[in-house]
Design a binder for this molecule. Structure first.
Ligand code: NDP
Length: 233
């Protein structure tokens, strides 16, 4: 049974991915930060702050002791801080970069040696369309996702010869807790701006992750795959 480790599996997109992979027979380790997701027993949940490399290494060891080597990493945990760029300080910078980019860096670092020695593995990062275009009032978030995109492309080049594929999914506007500050009117406006006429669901993104993890994507690496209903074309 293949084994996937999903960070930020307690809510939103990560939770939908956890359920989809489990339903399709994968062994799933779910990392959460503050909200214990209390899945059924088949899913192994570990409390782990992805910005902390010591906690990440320990979580990876526990996960591999439980289910065996990790075949696929989904680095999904992320946070958004909104505000004027001029008002962001050192704490905002550390929090956003250490979680959104640092989480990927720490998880990939912990998993790469094993994947390289096995000459197989899949890494999927969760980016954002704002990493490609930049978002007003989300400058730090956008920068952190731009870093994710560049890292994914670099890893794909470096790890391809070792049989490891590295891609990102780049969601558009997805209806999760991350959207909780948006009014109903904002949501309607965003749906209108989306060619497919609706906001995305966590399941829309999970299905793209599942495809990228599967053998159907065996010749796809280094790609930033938009899941945005056409919002960014
Ligand atoms: P949610 O806010 O619904 O969930 C965020 C998840 O990340 C939670 O499971 C949370 O864990 C976890 N998390 C946050 N910080 C940490 C940390 N330090 N260590 C471990 N886990 C952490 O967000 P979404 O599901 O919407 O977002 C998932 C990913 O998708 C993020 O990377 C986000 O940037 C990206 N994305 C989302 C979009 C959207 O419109 N929703 C658009 C583009 C990208 P806990 O519950 O325990 O706190």
């Amino acid at each position: 049974m293949p084994h996937v480790l999903i960070s930020g599996g307690s809510r939103g997109i990560g939770r939908a991915a956890t359920n989809l992979f489990a339903e399709n027979g994968w062994s799933v380790t779910c990392l959460y930060h503050t909200n214990d997701p209390e899945f059924h027993d088949d899913i192994f949940s570990i409390k782990c702050d992805v910005s902390n490399p010591v906690q990440v290494r320990s979580a990876v060891l526990r996960s591999e002791a439980h289910f065996g080597p990790i075949d696929c990493l989904i680095s999904n945990a992320g946070i958004s801080v909104k505000g004027l760029a001029q008002d962001f300080g050192e704490n905002d910078y550390r929090l956003v970069m250490d979680t959104n980019f640092g989480g990927l860096f720490n998880l990939a670092n912990a998993l790469m040696p094993g994947m390289i020695s096995r000459k197989s593995g899949v890494i999927i990062a969760v980016s954002s369309m704002w990493g490609q275009t930049g978002a007003s009032c989300e400058a730090l978030y956008s920068a952190s996702k731009g870093a994710v995109d560049a890292y994914v492309k670099s890893l794909a080049k470096e790890l391809g010869p070792s049989g490891i594929r590295v891609n990102a999914v780049s969601p558009g506007v997805i209806n999760t807790d991350m959207m909780k500050d948006y009014s109903d009117e904002d949501r309607k406006d965003l749906a209108c701006e989306t060619p497919l006429g609706r906001l995305g669901t966590p399941e829309d993104v999970a299905k793209a992750m599942f495809f990228l993890a599967s053998d159907s994507a065996s010749f796809i690496t280094g790609q930033i795959v938009g899941v945005n209903g056409g919002f960014l074309i």
